[in-house]
Design a protein around this ligand. Sequence first.
Ligand code: SF4
Length: 529
Amino acid sequence: MKSKVLLFGPYSKDGLAWSNFGAPPLGVHRIASYLRKRYHKVDVVDPDLEKITEKSFQNLVTKNKYDFIGISPTHLTLENDLALVHLAKRCSPNSTIVAGGQEATFAYDLIFDNSPVHVVVRGEGEKPMLRMTEAPVSGGLMERFGNIKGLIIKDKGVAIPTGCAQPLDNHEFEEVTLGIDFKDIPYDKYWDRTRGLYEDDLANVALRKKRLHEIYAMRLFETNYCPRGCTFCSSTNFQNTVAGKKGTKVVSLSPEAFIKMVESAYLAYPSLKRALIQSDNFLDNNRNQRIKKITELIKLKKGETLPKEMSFICQSRVDNVTPQMLGYLRESNFVMIGYGVESFSKRMLDELNKRVGPQRAEQTISNTLSAGILPYVNVILTSPKSTPYDLFHTVDKCIDYLDLGAEVGSYVCIIPIPGSALASNPESQSLIEAAQVKIPYTNKSFSKTIRLLPEDPLLQELVHRFYEVINDKKSECMEQYNIKHIPARINTLITFSTLYGLAKKLRIPKYGELADRQISRIQKALVNI
Ligand code: SF4
């Protein structure tokens, strides 16, 4: 018997998901495509894109009588995601409610305690979801799903794991990734919405091309996980936890399969101008030959099955990139590489287990600029053991790189995401700031971890003051510079300027005196962005 399934992506409710360039929940769409190919009927809803209301959500769920309703909550949106689960349960009491993804894999207790979710799928969702949709429709949850690996079932108030599941192998990963039906994903709606924010820039000849490539872009992934084990990230633990052992093999698309994926995205949306490849291992240093092959194929296909002008962005660790790779990438129009630099302080890099020194980051950024590719430098400004020096040293380096044309994305504090080593480290617990958050449409609330503070008292005060004022600073900037949209690169400039303003107020040695000079450099960057 074929099932009716509703899957919905994370729900930020206040537009958080749109503070950068909005994008569909690709992992959810990948599961939907996989199930549809096996003749199940699947609807996908992005609650932010659809601007879902209590009433419209209730109408959708009541009318369709879904067998399964699935959510993919994130840490940042968890209370809103759970709100939709409560609504779904009220309107469709007979549906089986499922949660999956990284947050659900690690925070299943919290999800079971605060919502009527029946089953958590840990790890990749395609195979367990398929088996659930094809399981007997009658009987208790354990009878129906107890023999499917990789689940946690809430049965009579107890969370029961069904055993470890193996991650997708190369063949399966290629099958599910190439199976994504891009035409079923409403990219045009996302693009129209972003375009509406940039009409002024599009009328400006100097900016038009750049903005069109930013708007008509798709995020694609080509690897199953990352094995590098940085302490603030849950990626490594995600697959290993589900498999029940360390050392899960990294699987990725072959060069030919990678090109097929991009071609099928373009075939579905001929206005596509840019592919953003989201994988820290895309440029793995053993992969010179792979990158050579991929970039040769891109050049071969351009003007035929790919648009002539197509641009690419990828991500990388700083220690993965070779000058040779940069040459290949530039020739095939990779215009930007996002680097997970995290910090220019050796002490912080060690604490974050980056296993690379700041000199390597500086060398890679400089090589990237020399190759004619824009580096996008991602930094985290504090960690439990960090000092004001660590923060401002990194900010200063970033301001230098902004002057050289790089872009910078920043987080002031680590978000203690479930599954990351820092979130579960006993030494970090007293530094984790949590807030009681209400689940909309219910009278329930729960304690949610918000940020991991530095233990240095002066830095902690700086961080607290920063969060008190940052929203007002953003509003002031939008008005002063006539900005309609704050993507990460602008957010970073406002962040740096605010931090330096506070350094002056708090008279932080050395950096308080530097504040006026650095703020004026940041303001210049804001005018030119
Ligand atoms: S931060 Fe990047 S390199 Fe580190 S574990 Fe996560 S994905 Fe891998």
